[in-house]
Design a protein around this ligand. Sequence first.
Ligand SMILES: [Zn+2]
Length: 424
Amino acid sequence: MCSILLMRAWWIQRLVESLAFIARLIARREGLILAVLVGTLVLLPRTGFSQAPPLDGKSGRELLLRNFRPVPTLKVPEHLLKRAKFPVVDLHTHFFHRLKHSPDQLEHFVELMNRHNIAVCVSLDGRLGERFDEHRKYLWTKHRDRFLIFVNVDWMGPGDPEKPETWDCHRPDFARRVAAQLAKAKMAGASGLKLFKQFGLGYRNPDGSLLRIDDRRWDPIWKACGSLGLPIIIHTADPIAFFQPIDATNERWEELSRHPEWSFPADKFPSREELLAARNRVIARHPKTTFIGAHMANASEDLATVAAWLDAYPNLVVEPASRIGELGRQPYSARKFFLKYADRIVFGTDGPWPEERLTYYWRFLETWDENFPYSEKPFPPQGLWRIYGLGLPDNVLRKIYHENAARLIPGLKQRVERFSERNQ
Ligand SMILES: [Zn+2]
């Protein structure tokens, strides 16, 4: 009890001394400084600047990155193109994966094709076997002239996806059987072969190692495509950012944070360079087979490298599906590339997409527009940036939109001509 009384007295004495000290300061020049300090402390909480931020992360200074939706204030000319200037062949579409064989959606998309001057779409979803038959029926019953089909090899066959030792591709006569299937598919109207990205990233050998695209076992397949006149559209590896750690420096962080399964960490997968080198060895070994490097041969971040590949492999062409986001952020390099390699680029979108997405392809290739989106999604799906148009001349547009594709695929030129006559 006694000690509490003593403590209280001690505090009172300290308080009195402090007040006396402040009074002395005010009396002297330091008083001014002190007055400002005290005033700031008293007034600051009343100003908006220091108000506690709302904790929802959706506004104010504590906004979360995932809620950031900047609206540019830039005023520049806009050309919101409603259709392509010349008839288009879209060489990279997925009518099974995206439309799930819905007849209504197909009819809607054909109307959209008419409006946008898309003469022909090439669906890459014709997996050999039953799916190819269904896909032909779906696309060709009413629109034989408007759709072409690339087939896919069924590497697993009836095997168990979890047990690579049961997969068809590990049987000795696999490649020879696929070559025979391809010849049959060609007779049934197939126009090419599509290879998905699972080589080096998904498919496995019985010992658990990843299947290589340059495995000699598949050579008879690539060779057969050459002699049958079936171009191979090939997707190898993925954007550079998908092979980098998902950290604060990764330019596709927001996308990878939503889709961590798109990341290929170095401890589990071959490097991107190894995968692309393996693909290039296949292209080099089969000079009589045409290869279409999907997504700018998957190196749109580095067009000098794509140019070097085009120089090295005369049997390689590239297409820009789902890469206008990359190309459009480097408009000077991309324009030079498109002018120089105008004969080696075909057109692709990775669609069917919503109408708005298609308009960005036309705007990107045809106009000089600046700083516009590359996707209809409110949050750009492939990097937080906007793009710039290439303003390509008419002769280059014609080559990219349909002339180059018509050189690769028999029967395509006539389809484009028939469409142009009807769609005048
Ligand atoms: Zn695709």
